[in-house]
Design a protein around this ligand. Structure first.
Ligand SMILES: [Zn+2]
Length: 241
């Protein structure tokens, strides 16, 4: 086709259009984790039963995570924490407590990368992943099998880096937007509206507003006969190697 354009058979606009469609597809594939454009990602459980899993990203936080644990204990619910390696090193006692209470710990890179991680090379991402694995291993003596890309962004560099390390990549299908939205009621409404069998909810255990939100959602799940199950049960995958 490029030759055809040079020979004057086709308008240059076709080339522009092709480039535009390619860029659009790439942006979509990179930003929407459910698209699985660059790599396989588990974004929900395959079940018709009202089973859902709760996940928390970006912790551990020295105060909030413990309060989240208290609420989970009150409702007898097990969750998964996608931890940032650097924070695991700063607050190992919180990670030990997560594990001691029967919750799962997974990899969310060492420093959370940057949103625009297109420019970050494969080797650097590989290092981010293995450093987070090591930080968790030092505290729990277990190597995480699950990895969630920061911001849910995937690209060929992340795909290649992870291919060698072999983590099971985990996304979500219920995004609470608890980081972006400031209004608790809006967040609660959003999660309730999206609740469905096989749901994986994405929360963050770093904002104080998560506490009333979590309590509200756990109440709602109870009232509407949703079972909150551990993620390994929902997606049939081992959390540790
Ligand atoms: Zn994150």
């Amino acid at each position: 086709m490029v030759i055809a354009i040079f020979l004057g058979y086709l308008s240059i606009w076709y080339l522009f259009l092709l480039c535009f469609v390619f860029l659009l597809l790439t942006a979509y594939g990179s930003g929407i984790i459910q698209a699985q454009y660059f790599m396989p990602v588990t974004c929900g459980g395959e079940t018709k039963e009202k089973n859902i899993a709760i996940t928390f990203d970006d912790g551990p936080h020295p105060e909030i995570t413990n309060q989240v644990l208290d609420i989970l204990k009150e409702y007898d619910v097990k969750a998964t924490f996608f931890c940032i390696g650097k924070k695991v090193e700063s607050h190992p006692e919180v990670v030990r407590e997560i594990d001691a209470q029967g919750h799962l710990v997974a990899n969310h890179t060492y420093s959370h990368l940057r949103k625009n991680c297109w420019v970050i090379q494969e080797e650097k991402i590989k290092k981010e992943l293995s450093q987070a694995d090591e930080a968790i291993f030092k505290v729990l003596n277990k190597k995480p099998n699950w990895f969630r890309p920061p911001f849910g962004v995937t690209n060929p560099h992340i795909a290649k880096a992870n291919k060698d390390l072999g983590h099971h990549v985990i996304g979500w299908n219920i995004r609470s937007l608890d980081g972006r939205l400031k209004d608790e009621q809006k967040i609660i409404k959003r999660v309730k509206k999206r609740m469905k069998p096989g749901g994986i909810i994405l929360f963050h255990d770093i904002y104080p507003r998560i506490l009333p939100i979590l309590r509200n959602i756990l109440e709602y799940a109870r009232e509407n006969n949703y079972n909150i199950v551990p993620l390994n049960e929902l997606i049939k995958s081992n959390p540790y190697e």
